[in-house]
Write a protein that binds this ligand. Structure first.
Ligand SMILES: [Zn+2]
Length: 258
């Protein structure tokens, strides 16, 4: 059980409890690599210093959705370059106590090899993170996203799938085991309703696994727009962006999906 405690911009304390379950299968080192992006330009000292502090209400309000997305991807390039910002976590805990003004909501797989804050070179108070094996969307996740954006002011929703996802591979294999069975059923639409795939459809075919992982992200983004009037409206008004992305376990790189 993951518990997120938060205080919104109206001063109301809120709690979001997200139940997560263990990943059903190990994941061998197989992947389809994307083209690496250009190296990030080194940050100036003042830019580095700004990254060390907790986001304020004014900083959050000044973000456009595009700027928030650009910042996430720039942080990922620093992660890939092993140029993470050094932060004083104890100081950040104290600074963030009175409120939080995160720039994004990230939905990630449970996979332990994707430390989400690190992946974007971020820290306490910077992003909301929801995690479930297979990074699918359900009512609770949608409610969490609506809280993150409509109530707490985040500017981007990003769904991140990843190479060689064990949950996706288990769904392809139609694994039956305890509560894992209904969980995998929520990934099955990516297999049954995804775009056509030319080639062997099995969990032993890395190209097919990558195809289903990407379809799973695409369907999650579609589901957010279909099932959340609040988020659909916010996106149409230009107050948030909803994007899918793909994480490469070999390189640490996050690539937005078209
Ligand atoms: Zn996974």
């Amino acid at each position: 059980m993951l518990v997120l405690s938060c205080r919104n911009r109206f001063g109301v304390s809120s709690f979001i409890m997200l139940a997560v379950v263990m990943s059903p299968a190990g994941a061998p080192a197989i992947s389809v690599a994307d083209e690496p992006q250009a190296d990030a330009a080194p940050l100036q000292a003042t830019e580095k210093e700004a990254l060390r502090g907790v986001l304020t209400r004014e900083q959050q309000a000044a973000y456009t959705p595009q700027k928030a997305l650009d910042d996430l991807l720039a942080g990922n390039r620093r992660f890939v370059a092993d140029d993470l910002t050094q932060r004083n976590h104890s100081q950040r805990v104290r600074e963030a106590y009175e409120g939080q003004f995160p720039k994004a909501v990230i939905l990630s797989c449970l996979d332990s090899r994707i430390p989400v804050e690190d992946v974007f070179d971020l820290g306490i108070g910077d992003i909301f993170v929801a995690r479930v094996a297979g990074n699918f969307v359900n009512e609770d996740i949608l409610g969490s996203m609506e809280f993150g954006c409509r109530v707490a002011g985040a500017k981007v929703i990003m769904v991140i799938g990843h190479t060689s996802c064990g949950a996706v591979r288990a769904a392809i294999d139609d694994v039956k085991l305890g509560n894992i069975t209904p969980m995998l059923a929520k990934i099955r639409p990516a297999i049954e309703k995804g775009s056509p795939f030319d080639g062997k459809k099995g969990s032993d075919n890395p190209a097919y696994v990558a195809h289903v992982c990407r379809e799973n992200v695409r369907l999650a983004v579609e589901t957010i727009r279909e099932r959340s009037e609040i988020l659909r409206t916010m996106e149409a008004e230009g107050s948030i962006k909803i994007v899918g992305a793909y994480y490469d376990l070999r390189s640490g790189e996050v690539t937005p999906l078209p």
